[in-house]
Design a protein around this ligand. Structure first.
Ligand code: NAD
Length: 541
């Protein structure tokens, strides 16, 4: 930037559209859904701006309609990954020198394309690929993604404004260089916004990226790629590869130019990759940045003074929206004995009113879980709970994969606060309840803190400020996103930066400046105006 101190538009959160019957947005998304459902696409690798069809393909189907084929995608060989790395490094020569306002222009344009001409398409693709209801698609694929793109541009300029003091004799300048090498982005199935943001946030800061989306999200990842291309991301800056995750990752990590991992997914995968990076450490030209947001075992703990209707609503929404497949979804709840009967009544009423089926029918609140592996795992935990003496299924418990991977929203009540489903991340529409004695609030808070290896999200409910204060204090390290009298899901970019610690990740807070700092390597430049010519200081006489 040489000819002006440019200001970017002030970022504002994209309004969530309602999709009420008869609304234009509902008509648009329904029409697009039908068109996409009734046609097929072929998704090639995307390397150096070119579409590469390898011929080694896999099919894509909606989780709620698994015999229906939406298209195919192509899988990479090792040589394609080498090619993606080489092309990214070549693109880096120009991209890393591109003035920031040009990068800002590209990603702001991407935000507007999604807000306007691509909105129905990216939402319909997310409904089809990930089986999201239209509301869940709208808050993810449209609004959260638009927010990531707009806010990150603003955060980038705020970072660039952070400069050291200077004196009249020396001018100090901090330059926020992109990392030397390339970034590897690995993305999960469950959020189209995360899938786009992991490569885009690094690229916005001047980096080049090899991006591996989840097999279960390629269909909507293709729309992201189309948007990036139309917005003007130059060839080679973001390269998308699909295929065997181990082969792709091993090939990427073997490159001496690997300089950063931007990962979201499950904890064990992240730990394995971290270990591989450690093993390769002597080969790298620079210490790779490792950013990973991973699993959760997110809690709601309700004091005897809480409003039981509010607690039930928080469980109904927090545990079951998107079938509990949010990293932030409530999956273990601790409810004080004196309010439990009311909470149970309201929760059962809510569950009885849920309808389950295809997202195309917009009256459905619950759709399918992502794939057969997830379905089978959930079914096995439900069956186990049916036979265990210390667990009881008080709502749901049914499942059926004949047409789609449908698992009924299920509530398990347990007498054992360390019961397996109180500790293990299931990532589905199953919540476990433990009812505690009213006078054991403090012990229960310690129990919540000590039960899980994760620390992603959690919520405390109470009308008593002393009880809330105790919860906030004792659970200080139990959640990176902590909610008071609210459900533990639904973080909004720019308002609630998101991420957890312990086994839940590096807590680099997506949707904030903190994340973007990880993708720059500052260079300090000191320029002296009148350079000394005599080494002697006055004290030497
Ligand atoms: P996943 O770990 O199965 O897959 C994530 C990505 O890793 C995919 O691209 C996948 O192909 C890849 N992968 C899988 N095995 C790999 C391997 N051995 N080596 C390299 N890459 C590999 O996760 P998922 O099912 O897509 O997503 C659900 C998980 O993500 C849950 O654990 C959830 O809590 C977590 N998640 C966390 C956050 C957060 O912000 N903390 C957000 C979304 C999802």
């Amino acid at each position: 930037m040489g000819k002006g101190f440019f200001e970017v538009p002030i970022a504002v959160n994209e309004p969530v559209l309602g999709y009420a019957p008869g609304s234009p947005e509902r008509e648009a998304v329904s029409k697009t859904y039908k068109e996409m459902y009734n046609s097929t696409i072929d998704v090639p690798l995307y390397i150096n701006g070119e579409h590469i069809a390898t011929g080694n393909t896999a099919t894509m189907s909606p989780p709620h309609d698994h015999q229906h084929v939406l298209g195919t995608y192509h899988k990479a060989e090792k040589s394609h990954i080498d090619q993606a790395i080489a092309t990214a490094l070549e693109a880096r020569k120009k991209w890393s020198q591109m003035p920031w306002e040009q990068r800002a222009g590209i990603f702001l344009r991407a935000a507007e394309l999604i807000a306007g001409p691509y909105r129905a398409k990216i939402n319909a693709a997310t409904m089809l690929a990930q089986s999201k209801t239209v509301h869940q698609a709208e808050i993810d694929a449209a609004c959260e993604l638009i927010d990531f793109l707009r806010f990150n541009v603003q955060f980038m300029t705020e970072i660039y404004h952070e400069q050291p003091e200077s004196t009249s004799g020396a001018w100090n300048r901090l330059e926020y260089r992109p990392l030397e090498g390339f970034i590897y982005a690995i993305t999960p199935f469950n959020f189209t916004a995360i899938s786009a943001n992991l490569p885009a946030s690094a690229a916005l800061m001047g980096n080049v990226v090899v991006w591996k989306p989840s097999d279960s999200q390629v269909y909507s990842a293709k729309v992201i790629l189309d948007v990036f291309q139309e917005a003007g991301v130059p060839p080679g800056v973001i390269n998308m590869v699909m295929g065997d995750p181990v082969m792709i990752t091993d090939t990427v990590l073997a490159s001496p130019d690997f300089s950063g991992l931007h990962f979201t997914g499950s904890t064990h995968v992240f730990k394995d990759i971290w270990q591989k990076i450690g093993t390769n450490i002597h080969h790298y030209k620079t210490y790779p940045r490792i950013v990973g947001e991973t699993g959760g075992k997110d809690f709601i703990v309700a004091h005897k003074t809480s409003n039981s209707k509010q607690v039930a609503t928080a469980i109904a929404r927090g545990a079951f929206e998107f079938q509990g497949q949010k990293c932030s979804a409530a999956s273990r709840c601790y409810v004080s004995k004196s309010i439990w009967n009311d909470v149970e009544k309201y929760l059962k009423e809510d569950l009885a009113s849920f309808t389950m089926g295809s997202p195309e029918d917009m009256s459905n609140f619950i759709t399918a879980v992502i794939h057969e592996g997830s379905f089978d795992k959930l079914a096995s935990y439900i069956d186990q709970a049916k036979s265990d003496n210390n667990a009881e299924i008080i709502a749901g418990g049914g499942y059926d994969k004949s047409k789609g991977y449908f698992v009924e929203p299920t509530v398990i009540k347990t007498s054992d606060p360390k019961y397996t489903t109180m500790c293990t991340e299931l990532f589905g529409p199953v919540v476990t309840i433990y009812v505690f004695e009213d006078d054991t609030w403090e012990e229960t808070l310690h129990l919540v803190d000590e039960t899980s290896e994760y620390a992603l999200t959690g919520a405390v409910f109470s009308e008593d400020r002393y009880a809330l204060e105790m919860g906030i204090k004792i659970l200080e390290n139990a959640a990176g996103n902590f909610y008071v009298n609210d459900k533990p899901t639904g973080a909004v970019v720019g308002q609630q930066p998101f991420g957890g610690a312990r086994a839940s990740g590096t807590n680099d807070k997506a949707g904030s400046k903190l994340n973007l700092y990880r993708w720059v390597s500052p260079r300090m430049i000191k320029e002296t105006f009148v350079t000394p010519t005599d080494y002697r200081y006055p004290f030497l006489g």
